[in-house]
Design a protein around this ligand. Structure first.
Ligand SMILES: Cc1cc2nc3c(=O)[nH]c(=O)nc-3n(C[C@H](O)[C@H](O)[C@H](O)COP(=O)(O)OP(=O)(O)OC[C@H]3O[C@@H](n4cnc5c(N)ncnc54)[C@H](O)[C@@H]3O)c2cc1C
Length: 377
């Protein structure tokens, strides 16, 4: 007779942990399985740590809605639980007339999504960021930065306090649909074993399409195949961090796969440029130092004080994207797969940016799906 649990979450990134913290309680067994030695070793600790506002995404998309809601929830959580964050604001700047036209469209989209934005006069631009140049710009006052490790520690602590168990070095290697649930095969340092779960929640980030395939979904047919898109960062030294006070972003180029190489500041005031965006076949977090020139050229357009010698390779992350290179916008997939004959299986696929910001709102959304599933059991 196999061991039986109520809810199994695959992946202890920010999304899996946020969900565990939301759904764990004393009346159910919740397990989080993580293949790495500890939580948050992949996308969740290899990103810009920006609390986004929902400017970039089509109205009513899950990305727009969960980002807007997540923004408010994150500031609230940070304030209540002493998680480091700062609402430093962000400026998006156009450096020529063509970009100014795109900037206006972005502003309109953001406003339409309900985001607070302010178009800036030249005088105001100079006043806010005297060392930035551009033909037009707008300010997003509620964009901020967050200590993503502290956020994950908070979710983990809350999940554990509510009774969830976390198993590290435990990789899901197979799943069979059985009557009333799923038989999950895992591999840990002792070998492999299996157990039964009523509900399975797939938060496996870069490998979530692989987990969906294990459960029996034809990933190509469902449109769930992931495309990995790398983003590298360069630190900016020589005291240049003192020359900006906010996050500064360019106008994204169509089909770029990201928000454009921008300036971020972390909570310690360190400045960096990134991320770029290019599709890769392997997970390799090294930074290609030959990219330095492209980073420099991209940033010097709106931050003329930056010099080539200020840049040093820093770190990289990989986005789990549903859209292949050159393809249009794809939304998060957050789906109870009962329509595919898989009741009790919740898939989260393509949780790229703004997944960190959206995490608490995604957790609420999944919790609603879960309560409905458990009611029907
Ligand atoms: C370069 C970059 C910049 C970004 N910037 C921002 C930003 O500024 N703001 C923002 O809001 N978002 C940002 N994002 C997006 C954000 O980081 C992600 O959306 C978020 O971290 C996704 O979290 P996750 O838990 O889904 O995935 P992950 O953090 O990747 O976690 C998935 C986990 O599943 C585990 N796993 C996988 N397969 C298995 C298996 N078979 N068995 C057991 N465990 C498994 C992995 O080991 C991993 O720990 C950025 C992303 C990147 C890459």
């Amino acid at each position: 007779m196999s061991y039986q649990v109520d809810i199994t979450i695959v992946g202890a990134g920010v999304v899996g942990l946020a969900i565990a913290s939301q759904v764990a309680n004393e009346d159910r067994d919740v397990y989080v399985l993580e293949k790495n030695e500890t939580f948050g070793q992949e996308a969740s600790s290899r990103n810009s740590e920006v609390i986004h506002t929902g400017i970039y995404y089509p109205k009513d998309s899950l990305k727009a809605k969960t980002c807007l809601e997540g923004n408010t929830l994150l500031y609230d959580l940070c304030q209540k639980h002493g998680i480091g964050c700062k609402r430093i604001g962000k400026i998006i700047v156009a450096t020529n007339d063509a970009e100014a036209e795109e900037l206006q469209k972005l502003y309109n989209r953001g406003k339409d999504n309900g985001v607070e934005l302010k178009m800036l006069s030249h005088r105001k631009m100079r006043q806010l960021e005297p060392n930035m140049t551009g033909v037009s710009a707008f300010l997003s006052p509620s964009t901020g930065i967050i200590d993503s490790q502290a956020l994950m520690r908070y979710f983990l602590g809350k999940a554990r306090d509510n009774g969830a168990q976390i198993a590290y070095r435990t990789k899901v290697i197979g799943v069979d649909k059985i009557s009333g649930g799923y038989k999950v095969r895992v591999k840990d340092s002792q070998g492999s074993f299996s157990f039964i779960t009523k509900v399975l929640i797939n938060c496996a980030g870069l490998h979530s399409d692989e987990v969906a395939r294990m459960v029996g979904i034809d990933v190509d047919e469902a449109g769930y195949k992931l495309h990995w898109c790398k983003g590298e960062y360069f630190s900016v030294g020589n005291g240049k961090n003192k020359l900006v006070s906010r996050l500064i972003y360019p106008v994204p180029k169509a089909g770029e796969g990201g928000t454009g190489i921008h300036v971020t500041l972390d909570l310690n005031g360190r400045m960096r440029l990134g991320p770029n965006a290019y599709y890769v076949d392997d997970i390799d977090y090294s930074v290609d130092s030959l990219q330095r020139k492209a980073f420099y050229e991209s940033a010097v357009r709106f931050l003329p004080f930056i010099e080539y010698a200020d840049l040093e390779p820093e770190m990289a992350g990989i986005r789990a994207k549903l859209q292949a290179e050159g393809e249009d916008f794809r939304d998060f997939v957050i789906n109870h797969e009962c329509d595919k004959g898989l009741p009790g299986f919740i898939n989260l696929i393509g949780i790229d940016s703004p997944g960190l910001t959206s995490a608490p709102a995604i957790a609420r959304y999944v919790s609603t799906l879960l309560e409905e599933i458990l009611r029907n059991y």
